[in-house]
Design a protein around this ligand. Structure first.
Ligand code: ZN
Ligand code: ZN
Length: 193
């Protein structure tokens, strides 16, 4: 985590202190997300977000004190808690967005270990995926990406469409990590490293 914090904050001590408290802060946001009333208001669409009244949810979240920049995040979490996870056509079934993180999972099957790759949306939704594949345009192969490494976090930038996403091994604080990767993707330098 520490290297990721430094990538975000540099040596800004204020930023580093706030960042370390994020885990607790995200739990508080989750409590709000779980308490939002989510109704399917419109006719069912491809993605859940298209069949609910997003503006009403945004207003409700803001009314509960969620900072404006994080309102969309809380709405997406609310959809995940209400409808669970999964993918539709390679995108998150809740948010309609391509994955922002690819997670390598090891499953212990007793005699041997199996590795599985899933795509993950910042709402918490997961679906089956492949390594070295762009969640946005589908381009495949290790050579198709510029890779930035922050200790155990890889940020991949697709050479074809420019989409950036994280790649990481599963870990207990995965969601907090994902939240940062979601933010970090947009603060990366545009050149190669
Ligand atoms: Zn989602
Ligand atoms: Zn791409």
């Amino acid at each position: 985590m520490e290297s990721l914090y430094r990538a975000l904050c540099g040596e800004d001590q204020e930023c580093l202190r706030e960042t370390r408290e994020t885990s607790r802060f995200l739990s508080e946001l989750d409590q709000i997300a779980k308490s939002l009333e989510v109704h399917v208001d419109k006719s069912p669409a491809q993605y859940v977000i298209e069949s609910i009244d997003v503006e009403r949810l945004r207003r409700e979240a803001e009314g509960r004190g969620v900072p404006r920049q994080l309102v969309d995040y809380v709405v997406r979490r609310a959809l995940y808690f209400r409808f669970g996870g999964g993918g539709v056509g390679g995108r998150c079934k809740n948010c309609g967005d391509p994955a922002s993180l690819v997670v390598l999972k090891r499953e212990d099957l007793g005699i041997y270990e199996r590795q599985r790759t899933v795509a993950r949306c910042v709402c918490g939704s997961e679906w089956e995926f492949e390594m070295w594949r762009c969640p946005n345009c589908g381009t495949q192969g290790r050579d198709s990406f510029d890779v930035y490494i922050y200790s155990d976090v890889y940020i991949l930038s697709c050479k074809k469409c420019g989409y950036k996403f994280g790649m990481i091994e599963e870990k207990p604080d995965l969601h907090v990590m994902h939240f940062y990767i979601h933010i970090l993707r947009w603060t990366l330098p545009s050149g190669d490293t």
